[in-house]
Write a protein that binds this ligand. Structure first.
Ligand code: NAD
Length: 476
């Protein structure tokens, strides 16, 4: 009986749901079983307990760092602070990172970290102590370093935690000239890259915008092409959800509902995202926003009428209990693993287009890659070419004005003359990555007659990882 229960819970684990998606994709490929097993397995799991003195008490903190794949180094993946953190979750998120990096051609193996704390209920000093101690534990076991494993922000963490991690690393490894590259998502003043903070949300925007340009895909769900007027619901107004909401709002989409942990707000004519954020800052909650109605049960917001649903909070929020009630025609997985495999099947039968997490939220790791490159090259992106481009543009304008015997007006001139700044390069790199990633998945889906984007994305990822194993000649 005990054995039976254990098997049941293993089958229902989050990690197992990723394995199921992987296995579906593997059927489209003829790859040796052993190699597939190696790609699926977590290469290293570090589970730690360490003591931290908080006030007068000593607390034992549970934390993890999982390196899912060493097929490329360093490993890369965010660190999550949540009371729900557990080994299964961290392993799954690390695996997703491996596939994500492969899809967007970022040369890293996947990793993830987690600390089992609720940052909302402890002081800033306590969070700092825990972050610094966690970093020293990682250093002790060689689980962090510019060429080994490079953490980044995730749920419950941000620039502040990343700068503590960097500072702790530097104080222990001051001789490492590349120390800045030990973590990404740092503030710009501490070696971060412009555009990292909004990268995941912006990537989500680019990915969904690309789908909405596809006539056949839009026809299949009865929608017009383009974003203007599309009704959107977003769950989670944190780093990813907030920026995604702002970009969609600015592009002319209508944000009909926003859901947070305390409840959701709804206005069928659309919510002004900046006003909602101001209201949240002033009152500590999105509820009671004057231009909206409250929805007490936040999960119910997912079931409201809309064109696009963007879960941007936590995993498993769309499951077999609510999948049938979802009215969205498109679901953009901004969060990691927001749809369970059972819900996936129900939604597929309903004809919903799902843009999978392993592609859609890869904007963060893409720009983290740009930050890591900046740190290793010890130079700001654009520093070498900005002035050169401006001089070239100036020469070109002079020739055009002479040949055309016309003077271009000063406002247009200023736009044309401008050389690329770091933010311009980062955004164009991100946009290009998201657009080309989308088309690689879509083309593969069509050419291999794959039913959905998730399986096509996994096929793409597995192929890329197999390629690098073969190039490495890794098996003796
Ligand atoms: P965050 O901590 O900045 O924001 C999460 C938000 O979700 C918070 O505002 C929180 O209050 C809200 N939330 C929590 N429970 C909720 C509930 N039940 N209903 C509605 N809202 C709820 O985290 P984030 O960095 O924005 O990450 C969100 C998701 O995106 C996670 O799944 C994360 O793994 C994924 N992700 C993040 C990044 C990144 O760069 N930050 C990159 C890739 C994927």
């Amino acid at each position: 009986m005990l054995k039976k229960n254990r098997i049941k819970s293993e089958k229902n684990s989050f990690f197992n749901s990723i394995e199921r998606n992987f296995d579906k994709a593997a059927k489209f490929l003829s790859i040796e079983k052993g190699l597939l097993e190696q790609i699926k397995a977590c290469n290293a799991v570090y589970r730690m307990h360490f003591p931290v003195k908080l006030g007068k008490e000593i607390k034992v903190i549970e934390a993890y760092r999982v390196q899912h794949s060493h097929h490329k180094l360093p490993c890369k993946g965010g660190i999550r602070y949540s009371i729900k953190v557990n080994q299964d979750e961290v392993m799954t998120l690390a695996a997703l990172m491996t596939y994500k990096c492969a899809i967007v051609d970022v040369p890293f193996g996947g990793a993830k970290g987690g600390i089992k704390i609720d940052p909302q209920t402890i002081s800033t000093e306590a969070i700092e102590k825990i972050t610094r101690r966690y970093t020293s534990e990682l250093i002790k076991k060689n689980f962090i370093g510019p060429g080994i494993d490079v953490p980044a922000p995730d749920y419950g963490t941000g620039e502040r935690e990343m700068s503590w991690i960097f500072d702790t690393f530097l104080s222990i490894r001051p001789e490492d000239v590349d120390a800045l590259a030990c973590v990404t998502g740092k503030p710009v003043s501490q070696g971060g890259v412009r555009g990292r903070k909004e990268a995941t949300g912006l990537g989500v925007f680019y990915g969904i915008r690309e789908l909405c340009k596809m006539k056949e895909d839009m026809l299949s769900v009865g929608l017009d092409i383009g974003l203007i007027g599309k009704k959107i619901i977003i769950q989670g107004l944190g780093n990813v959800g907030y920026y995604a909401a702002s970009f969609f709002h600015n592009a002319g989409a209508i944000i009909v509902a926003l859901a947070e942990r305390e409840g959701a707000i709804y206005n069928k004519k659309g919510l002004n995202v900046s006003k909602v954020i101001l209201h949240l800052k002033n009152t500590g909650s999105i509820l009671n926003f004057p231009e909206a109605i409250n929805i007490e049960n936040t999960e119910k917001a997912l079931e409201l009428e809309c064109d696009i649903l963007i879960p941007a909070a936590l995993e498993n929020v769309i499951n077999k209990k609510n999948a049938e009630k979802i009215k969205a025609k498109i679901i953009g997985e901004a969060a990691n693993g927001p749809i369970t495999p059972e819900a996936d099947e129900i939604l597929e039968k309903k004809g919903v287009i799902i843009i999978p997490d392993i592609y859609l939220n890869a904007g963060g790791v893409t720009v983290s890659y740009f930050e890591w490159l900046k740190n290793l090259s010890h130079v700001r992106h654009g520093r070498m070419e900005k002035r050169f481009s401006e001089n070239m543009n100036y020469e070109l304008l002079q020739i055009i004005e002479t040949v055309c015997k016309k003077t271009i007006n000063p406002v247009d001139k200023k736009i044309i003359l401008r050389g690329p700044r770091e933010i311009d390069l980062v955004r164009s790199g991100l946009e290009d990555t998201m657009i080309s990633g989308f088309h690689k998945i879509r083309d593969l889906k069509i050419s291999s007659k794959i039913k959905n984007m998730r399986t096509a994305a996994f096929v793409l990822a597995i192929n890329k990882i197999v390629d690098s194993y073969e190039k490495l000649g890794i098996f003796p």
